[in-house]
Design a protein. Structure first.
Length: 683
């Protein structure tokens, strides 16, 4: 940041008097009680969505305490045997690094490639090793609390979702089409599928149109800038502090473009403030809150400078978010009935370590109990074949009277989850959301506790100093990775965790005569899930498996193993892991695991001809246990998880077979809130 602007920033940051009223109103967001008329989702009368731009979860929150970030104890291993954090530039590994810059939250950090082809090059069919070649070294840069204190304080006060993904591996518009319509025209109707920011004019039905037909009130809050131009584009380019940056993607649909005054599609989606003529960005939102006319569903699209899109500062967005919260909390009776979702359309080119769920491209790459065809693009002359999504994790902050307390919600979610929350509340179905996506992603209700008791508010930091000191777009700040790469650690401490519906398990069955191993996947009776399988001794993976709630799917790995052995690791939701290593050539013990109430129950079955002497090690600090299983016998063993707060990481080895290993890790859900993973590596 040039010195003159840095001085101006420091002057603004010290101007606390002007912040006092704003601070008080933000405190109300944490202090005001919730509407508890029914103790259910019916208490939500207003849903507001603020979708910002282009930041990944690790980029913003990898160092936040109590989320699955840099301290993840069970990261994916790449084909080269290194953890997913080690992204090679072809010569050396680049690890996540904190740029060496003053006032990083006010820096104009460079924008990175974030299209379909470079996104799929980074993901590399799930191998996940192409990030630096596809995006550049800045992909590994991250911010921390001292840079974006307002964002961190929101997470500490309300609920952060650490398994929320963008919907699409690629750019802004398709991700916003998922948020506003449930897909990106995947079936080829209405001008789809749209794989980039083409903005040609489309004809499939949007969710606001369905709301209109059902009599549910809705509105887009935005600044009109220069409005629609003759070519049908949204004229925001001339001034980054006016307009909506083209982020009201409804305006790329012909029925909205052709709408005239008096048509709800015009009046609710094409109108807004005119900052160029002195109207405040939030005047209409404030007026609707004060007048009792806030719609049942609203979306907010910010001017470019406030979207947090690189190369604009993250903390310009903090200032904008604070103003939105200030407007919504101006009338306590309105805020008591309001749920605000703050998320980001895509990850730009910024790395996130959690490999997202995606459907298999063929039977050779996995299976699904639900049709995954609509979620896989077969390629064309300009775009490689690949899954539409899920894309990388992006931040999602659930700010409401029912989501206070600094919780983490670790259910797999994406932009269609926002629509599904609206479906649950107002009963308007969106048929464009695919069966695979409905099986894998939740509906965001897991982020709420509608029966909750109010907690003490947490102080939020001053954002007055983040109001832009000028109206200038500054040159890119291009950070340089350090010469000595070291994996960062997370802040110390746990975080309360929202209960989830998962009860996953994966069982192995060996066939020594045929030299094969079969895995059977299940997500449990109440929620579907996706699983990623990697191998430590073959390179034709990874493989991906999806099971709907209550269903199972199986697949077999054959004698193509190196030296007839197996080395498979399965990753699932919320830190779930299963590892299977050993020989395919001889019969021996097999182990299965099931969640039971607050504990986990292991079953040891000896298929061999001799007595097996096994050792059970507890990664959460419990004692190592000897387990003896006679030939042909079955032994059950329950592990008490009270000490680890229902988290487990158990490894079984065989004294007589050094190659044998079974590992079981994850969290037992019992319908009650818990805590974040105690094994997360912290400062």
């Amino acid at each position: 940041m040039p010195e003159v602007n840095r001085r101006r920033f420091l002057q603004l940051a010290g101007a606390t008097t002007a912040f006092s009223a704003l601070s008080a109103s933000i405190q109300r967001a944490a202090a005001l009680p919730a509407n508890h008329r029914t103790g259910s989702i019916e208490d939500v009368e207003h849903i507001v969505v603020l979708m910002q731009e282009n930041r990944s979860f690790d980029h913003y929150f990898g160092s936040l305490r109590g989320v699955r970030g840099f301290g993840d104890p069970r990261p994916v291993t790449l084909d080269n045997g290194k953890s997913v954090w080690h992204q090679s530039d072809g010569t050396k590994d680049v690890l996540p690094f904190h740029p060496d810059a003053d006032d990083l939250g006010m820096a104009f950090i460079q924008d990175l490639p974030h299209g379909w082809n470079d996104g799929h090059a980074a993901v590399n069919d799930g191998k996940y090793d192409g990030w630096v070649p596809a995006k550049g070294a800045t992909t590994m840069a991250y911010l921390k609390r001292e840079d974006i204190p307002f964002h961190y304080a929101l997470a500490d006060t309300f609920t952060i979702c650490d398994a929320y993904h963008c919907s699409f591996i690629g750019s802004t518009d398709p991700n916003r089409y998922y948020m506003w319509t449930g897909y990106t025209g995947n079936d080829g109707t209405g001008g789809g599928p749209v794989l980039g920011n083409d903005e040609k004019g489309y004809g499939w039905t949007t969710y606001p149109e369905r709301l209109e037909q059902a009599g549910i009130s809705w509105k887009i809050y935005q600044d009109i800038g220069d409005g629609l131009d003759a070519a049908g584009g949204w004229g925001w380019i001339s001034d980054a502090y006016r307009g909506n940056y083209g982020d009201n993607s409804l305006l790329y649909f012909d029925r909205y473009r052709n709408a005239r005054p008096g048509d709800p599609l015009h009046d609710k989606a094409r109108t807004g403030t005119d900052h160029g003529k002195g109207e405040g960005y939030f005047d209409r939102l404030r007026a609707d809150v004060r007048n009792g006319t806030l719609p049942q569903i609203s979306w907010i699209a910010a001017p470019e400078a406030f979207t947090e899109h690189p190369n604009w500062p993250a903390n310009y967005g903090a200032w904008y978010i604070a103003q939105v919260i200030d407007a919504l909390t101006a009338v306590p009776e309105v805020w008591a009935k309001t749920a605000l979702f703050i998320t980001y359309d895509e990850n730009d080119g910024f790395f996130d370590h959690l490999v997202p769920p995606f459907p298999p491209g063929s039977a050779a790459q996995g299976k699904s109990t639900v049709d995954a065809g609509p979620d896989y693009f077969k390629g064309d002359s300009s775009h490689v074949a690949g899954a539409y999504g899920l894309g990388q994790r992006v931040p999602m902050l659930v700010v409401s009277p029912w989501s206070k307390g600094g919780y983490v919600c670790s259910e797999t979610l994406d932009h269609t989850s926002i629509i599904r929350f609206m479906e649950r509340r107002f009963g308007v179905h969106e048929p464009n959301i695919s069966p695979w996506r409905r099986a894998v992603c939740g509906d965001l209700t897991s982020a709420f506790d509608f029966s909750r008791k109010d907690t003490e508010p947490v102080a939020l930091p001053d954002t007055d100093g983040y109001e832009p000191p000028d109206r200038v777009r500054h040159p890119d700040y291009v950070p340089t990775p350090p010469a000595d790469a070291v994996l960062p650690k997370q802040e110390r401490g746990l975080r309360p965790a929202r209960p989830l519906r998962y009860a996953p398990h994966v069982d192995a069955a060996a066939d020594p005569a045929a030299g094969r191993l079969t895995l059977t996947f299940a997500s449990g009776p109440r929620a579907g899930a996706a699983f990623l399988v990697t191998s430590g001794n073959r390179t034709d993976g990874p493989w991906t498996y999806t099971t709907e709630a209550g269903k199972t799917v199986s697949d077999t790995w054959n004698a193509a193993y190196s030296a007839g052995s197996h080395d498979l690791t399965v990753h699932g939701p919320n830190g779930f892991l299963r590892a299977f290593k050993g020989s395919n050539k001889k019969a021996g013990c097999e182990v299965t695991a099931r969640h039971t109430g607050d504990d986990i129950r292991l079953t040891f079955t000896n298929h061999g001809s001799g007595t097996a002497r096994l050792r059970l090690a507890d990664g959460y600090g419990g004692r190592t246990t000897a387990v003896t299983v006679r030939a042909g016998a079955t032994v059950h063993h329950t592990v008490d998880l009270a000490r680890s707060r229902r988290w487990y990481d158990l490894t079984v080895t065989d004294e007589a077979d050094p190659a044998f290993l079974r590992r079981f890790a994850g969290h037992v859900e019992n319908g009650r809130a818990g805590v974040s993973d105690p094994a997360i590596i912290t400062e």
